[in-house]
Design a protein around this ligand. Sequence first.
Ligand SMILES: [Zn+2]
Ligand SMILES: [Zn+2]
Length: 358
Amino acid sequence: MQQGAPRASPAPQPAAADRDHMRDYYAVLGISVDTTQAQIRRAYQRLARRYSPDVNLWDREAQALFEEISEAYRVLSDPSARTLYDRHGAVAGGTAPVGAGEESRRGGRRGEDLHVPVALAFQHAVTGITVDLSVERLSDCQACGATGARPGAVPVRCGHCGGAGLVWLGETTARAERCPACDGSGERVAEPCPACRGRGVSRTRTVARVVIPPGMDTGAQLRIPGEGHSGPFGGPRGDLIVITRVHDDPVFTRKGDNLYCELPLTIVEAVLGARIPVHTLHGDVDLVIPPGSQSGQVFRIRSRGMPRLAAEGRGDLYVTVRVEIPRGLDARTQELFREIGRLLPEVPHGESRSAVRT
Ligand SMILES: [Zn+2]
Ligand SMILES: [Zn+2]
């Protein structure tokens, strides 16, 4: 059940003004004023099928058209409402729906989204950061107040669509699309605004302050509603979409929320075990290396990874130990290693040897 205007009205208007803002319902359905009820229903069914939100899920223009079509059918299919509507049209002078343009000018097409790439230092991906982005975007033209008309000039009915804002594709099909000449407003600008050349919007450079939360990764997107391009002729702004690229860190490698790093061990630490302080993004942690640790063994330190972007907590830090084999030993140390070698149990060579390392 749709009551009243399909679009959200920006402000309550006096009752007398409402009539002037009505669409020409006959033009919306592509029918003439003397069409029968059966023909109205057929015209509506064809259009409703074409512009149904079920098949145009992501198409805002189709959705807006569908709402207009439904509204037109709701009025014209009700004989008493239709009579009332016809009479109002006569009162208004029987002219083309100038009001159509008025309405779309107030709640016009939404502006495009604006995509801005942002490079982040690794540390800022960890902590989050507030950045001031210099963005160039379409904004309402100040000279003409987004109307596109030279100040003082009177808009005229669009000759291409006859003021309906829709044009019909072919004689036999019931396909209609937004009038390209007037962008669906139903009006043409007789004298375009010199500042924006009649488009109602102009490019301006501005600073957008964006709060980047902790945990952003390369390719992650942040959507800031209403900070994109202005729509034509006073339409609402699209969104600002910030796409981040995070610089690599020399120590930590990132995979999702987890971090990976390597830790060199002396051969003595690996053999006898040790307690080694490890730098993490969230303070130092003592990592306990058990006696007999092997090179390549991985230790997990919980909750010392990246902050989770859309959730509580942090990922983990995985530390891979690398046992450094000493080189260039002096004679005395070499002799000690030989002695150790004599004390160590035999390690069988061959295929079983590779199974010793896990
Ligand atoms: Zn302008
Ligand atoms: Zn037009």
